[in-house]
Design a protein around this ligand. Structure first.
Ligand SMILES: *[C@@H]1O[C@H](CO)[C@@H](O)[C@H](O)[C@H]1NC(C)=O
Ligand SMILES: *[C@@H]1O[C@H](CO)[C@@H](O)[C@H](O)[C@H]1NC(C)=O
Ligand SMILES: *[C@@H]1O[C@H](CO)[C@@H](O)[C@H](O)[C@H]1NC(C)=O
Ligand SMILES: *[C@@H]1O[C@H](CO)[C@@H](O)[C@H](O)[C@H]1NC(C)=O
Ligand SMILES: *[C@@H]1O[C@H](CO)[C@@H](O)[C@H](O)[C@H]1NC(C)=O
Ligand SMILES: *[C@@H]1O[C@H](CO)[C@@H](O)[C@H](O)[C@H]1NC(C)=O
Ligand SMILES: *[C@@H]1O[C@H](CO)[C@@H](O)[C@H](O)[C@H]1NC(C)=O
Ligand SMILES: *[C@@H]1O[C@H](CO)[C@@H](O)[C@H](O)[C@H]1NC(C)=O
Length: 487
């Protein structure tokens, strides 16, 4: 209400003023349509001439300032053009360097760094003259900072990696040459002396070492299936190292035999064996090839599942001779493979008690069957039937006549969770956990000569040291270090 009254009062005032203006100057008239025309002569005193004058001066001042600024901008634009050209040139050169088109020397880096420093100083000067208010300058500054960082990174890359690696490689080469001249063995981890294959050490306990990575297989990282190792006959010479990267998950058709562990680590001096054979006409004979990665070396021979059959093959690599024998009832070709990997139906293993084959049969409903083999004749000496479903385990191996089976507990860890003692015909649960590098576990087996587990893990050749509890404890001990829920 109050506001409304004020509004009314204001309108009345305005009307009063208009009327007073008309009455003062006088000359108004009405036309025949009744429209009122009038001339109003405002009195001189109401025009703010002094304020207008001030405005004019201010405008003049402003114009001068703007002109100054425009001049500045012209200067600044031409400077910028130069900088942009320089920056483009610099970017190009850095790109060429990055792509390895130029061999970048330290001198070149020094030159570029000098140029960048110059540009940075100039840009900083520009920035202060514009009082830190220009976006373009800010961006340009940022770009120069960026290119400076890039050059520094490139330099670090070159110095720290390329140069250092080159130096290291040169040093290593020199050491190797010296070594060959000296004809002495370099300091590679030495093997423990082979024991006589006794089982006095007892059973596996939960203290398996970290994986020791020997190297990547000679065919490279894309060969994720395969096997490797040493002679598993108790007391056998441990010099020869064999490596067999599979062609795919299924076929083993090449094997290399390195004369020593040092040769293996240097990919040096291997004897190469092709298990396939060129048949006159137009095809290869793959019948002597292996299927899956259940291969081991025992008494100088390689033992493995013959390609696409229920047989065990024996390959005498020194005489290039093959022998084979069927495992009656054994299923093959992915009938009961190991979990996570196909073609692992028939798996060979060896321990203090000799040569074993781990497989499954229809009669045993896919559960693990163990047979001891005569390594000379490949005749089956004895067979045991377990209740462990074979496709539920990742891999299995024998130690002192006891079968141990593993399962994955994560992509990084594996657990020995099942055992079967062929001497007592008793099975048991346990929990022995060990790390793996990669998910795919292949060719896991025990070597009684060094008490190590061997594994082909996603292309890497690795091994583990096992720990054993004394035999005086007859009952299977559960994990104390890493307790897990057992089924
Ligand atoms: C115009 O510039 C003159 C001298 O630079 C200064 O004295 C004057 O105060 C300025 N006037 C306005 C309105 O900014
Ligand atoms: C960059 O500038 C240098 C001289 O400062 C010139 O020799 C070189 O050819 C230029 N490079 C490119 C890619 O424009
Ligand atoms: C930059 O701006 C600050 C205030 O923002 C002013 O005090 C200073 O005098 C200015 N410098 C220049 C060179 O214009
Ligand atoms: C500078 O580098 C940063 C981070 O690498 C990037 O986000 C930014 O856009 C770059 N600036 C210019 C002007 O290239
Ligand atoms: C080779 O022999 C020389 C002299 O006997 C010795 O100084 C050097 O360390 C040896 N090098 C290696 C790698 O054993
Ligand atoms: C192992 O065999 C060697 C001879 O080959 C013998 O001297 C040693 O006593 C045997 N060790 C055991 C523990 O049987
Ligand atoms: C476990 O292994 C480590 C290293 O190999 C060893 O020092 C330790 O004594 C072992 N512990 C047991 C309980 O065997
Ligand atoms: C293994 O077979 C060979 C050859 O047939 C034979 O001489 C040897 O006695 C057999 N060994 C066993 C333990 O049966």
């Amino acid at each position: 209400m109050y506001t409304f009254l004020i509004l009314l009062f204001n309108i009345w005032q305005a009307l009063a003023l208009t009327l007073s203006v008309i009455s003062e100057s006088g000359s108004g008239f009405l036309d025949e349509n009744g429209v009122c025309y009038c001339t109003v002569n405002l009195p001189d005193t109401t025009f703010p001439a002094d304020r207008f004058e001030k405005l004019e001066i201010a405008n003049h001042n402003l114009t001068i300032t703007v002109e100054k600024e425009i001049t500045k901008i012209y200067i600044y634009q031409s400077t910028l053009t130069v900088y942009i050209e320089q920056l483009k040139n610099l970017t190009k050169r850095v790109e060429i360097m990055e792509n390895g088109g130029l061999s970048y020397t330290e001198l070149e880096f020094e030159l570029i760094k000098l140029e960048i420093k110059e540009m940075e100083t100039l840009i900083l000067q520009l920035k202060t003259s514009f009082n830190g208010s220009s976006i373009i300058i800010e961006t340009l500054y940022q770009e120069i900072r960026n290119i400076s960082i890039m050059v520094n990174q490139l330099e670090i890359y070159d110095k720290n990696n390329v140069l250092v690696i080159r130096r290291e490689v040169a040093a290593l080469k020199k050491r190797l040459e010296e070594c060959e001249k000296n004809n002495t063995k370099p300091n590679y981890p030495s093997l423990p002396p082979p024991d006589n294959g006794t089982c006095e050490h007892g059973q596996i306990i939960n203290n398996i070492s970290k994986p020791f990575v020997v190297q990547l297989n000679w065919l490279g990282a894309n060969h994720v299936y395969g096997g490797w190792g040493r002679d598993t006959r108790p007391g056998a010479d441990q010099s020869v190292q064999w490596v067999a990267p599979l062609r795919d998950a299924r076929m083993m058709d090449v094997v290399r035999f390195y004369p020593s562990y040092n040769d293996l680590t240097l990919y040096n001096g291997a004897a190469h064996a092709n298990l396939h054979r060129w048949v006159s006409g137009s095809y290869y004979d793959y019948s002597n090839c292996g299927q899956g990665s259940g291969v081991i070396m025992y008494n100088h021979m390689l033992y493995y599942n013959c390609y696409n059959t229920l047989s065990v093959c024996k390959y005498d690599w020194r005489n290039n001779a093959f022998a084979r024998a069927a495992i009656p009832g054994a299923t093959y070709t992915n009938r009961f493979s190991y979990s996570h990997t196909e073609w692992q139906d028939i798996d060979l293993s060896a321990d203090e008690d000799g040569l074993w084959v781990i497989y499954s049969t229809e009669e045993n409903a896919g559960n693990i069957v163990i047979s001891q083999l005569n390594d000379t004749s490949l005749a089956i000496l004895q067979t045991w039937h377990t209740t462990q479903y074979k496709p539920a385990v990742t891999n299995a191996f024998m130690v002192c006549g006891v079968l141990y089976a593993t399962r994955a507990i994560s992509t990084k860890q594996e657990e020995i969770f099942y055992m079967y003692d062929t001497k007592t015909k008793k099975e048991g649960k346990l929990s022995v956990i060990f790390d793996k590098l990669k998910e795919i576990v292949q060719n896991l087996y025990y070597n009684p000569n060094d008490h190590r587990l061997y594994m082909y893990n996603d292309g890497f050749l690795i091994h583990y040291d096992l720990s054993f509890a004394p035999l005086s404890k007859p009952e299977i001990s559960h994990s104390k270090v890493n307790p897990v829920q057992l089924k």
